[in-house]
Design a protein around this ligand. Structure first.
Ligand code: PPS
Length: 347
């Protein structure tokens, strides 16, 4: 049973603390958080309890018209889009001195602080992250939230990442700023998420792929549920400050997307500059430059070597190598039900 608590967030969501029974069950095949986890009703978002300490500040965060927020469900192409947008805004001639810095230094994640409560991170050095924080936020305190304060103090134009859905950010976000939403087929998302859960010390997932898919469909993994997240973006796709794109569209023709983004961001980049962006953000080039986090202790070394980290395969359709026919059928039914309710068709 989940235990109700009286807390209500600024977004209107009710905070439900996950029960000891749930934590014990889920903790059998993954590492959880020191202060447990919460579910936010009515949507059902699942986060470490630490999220509740940041929720109000995040909800009231003041975006600027020059900002760009890259919003996604995890493993949907976030890092790729962050690199695309940061390069378009800051490095189209490939001469920016910070281009080699990890992505969290150039494009911070507004909700990242909540995961620092992970039991799997105990003893893991995050020195590079702390150094980046002090560079961007001199004089600020770590305990006030490193990623959040980096978002506040980044120089304009800011490129920020969010795995939070629209419902947990200010309802005025699209009046204040531009949002780019990347959606990816849930079957490829779950495969990518599974490997990420296996290679990161934060999660240290030891269960089977099948149980992982079930956890995903039951909304029992951090950042789920998948469907309301996509739905809230899909409903806003025609807003002039909203750019909705599928990972699969980026894969099939990146230059078309770069040209559209050039217009959306009002940049007037030349074809040569767009070619630079395409090169800098290509899978091979990003993988060659290394993981987008510099704190390599965050990975389990032998698993990282075997499966890769943030840059694993970068292809469409890897799910075909992972699903049994029965599991595929089950997930297809789940997808058909929800996708038809939302009116979305994956590419
Ligand atoms: S995270 O942790 O949620 O921010 O992860 P995210 O960046 O959203 O997703 C990681 C997956 O995106 C793939 N990726 C890319 N694909 C194509 N081109 C480029 N440049 C690129 N960069 C990252 C990455 O390989 C992960 O997908 P999988 O399927 O696991 O390979």
């Amino acid at each position: 049973m989940e235990q109700m608590s009286s807390t209500r967030l600024a977004s209107g969501h009710e905070v439900v603390h996950m029960s000891e029974e749930w934590l014990a069950r889920m903790g059998q095949d993954q590492t959880l958080y020191n202060n447990g986890m919460v579910r936010l009703l009515p949507d059902g978002w699942l986060y470490p309890t630490l999220f509740t300490e940041y929720a109000e500040r995040i909800y009231n965060f003041k975006f600027r018209s020059s900002d760009v927020v890259v919003m996604t469900m995890p493993k949907s192409g976030t890092t790729w889009m962050q690199e695309v947008v940061w390069t378009m805004l800051h490095n189209p001639d490939l001469n920016h001195p910070l281009a080699g810095e990890p992505i969290y230094h150039r494009s911070p994640e507004i909700d990242l602080d909540m995961i620092l409560d992970g039991k799997g991170l105990e003893g893991v050095s995050i020195d590079h992250f702390i150094k980046a924080f002090h560079e961007v936020c001199p004089g600020r305190k770590i305990e006030d939230g490193m990623a959040f304060q980096m978002c506040e103090l980044m120089p304009d134009p800011r490129v920020m990442k969010s795995h939070l859905p629209f419902a947990l950010l200010t309802p005025h976000i699209l009046e204040q700023t531009k949002v780019i939403y990347v959606a990816r087929s849930p079957k490829d998302v779950v495969v990518s998420y599974y490997y990420f859960f296996r290679v990161m010390k934060l999660f240290t997932y030891t269960g089977t792929f099948e149980s992982f898919v079930k956890h995903f469909m039951n909304n029992d993994l951090i950042y789920t549920p998948y469907w309301p997240h996509v739905k809230q973006a899909w409903q806003r796709r025609d807003h002039p400050n909203m750019y909705f794109v599928f990972y699969e569209e980026m894969k099939s023709d990146i230059m078309t997307q770069l040209r559209r983004l050039n217009d959306f961001l009002g940049l007037n980049l030349t074809q040569k500059q767009l070619d630079n962006v395409a090169h800098q953000s290509s899978f091979n080039s990003m993988k060659e430059r290394g993981e987008p986090i510099k704190d390599m202790e965050a990975f389990i070394p032998d698993k990282h070597k075997k499966f890769g980290g943030y840059f694993r395969k970068g292809i469409v359709g890897d799910w075909k190598n992972h699903f049994t026919p029965e599991l595929e059928q089950e997930m297809n039914q789940w997808i058909e039900k929800h996708a038809s309710e939302i009116g979305i068709t994956f590419k």
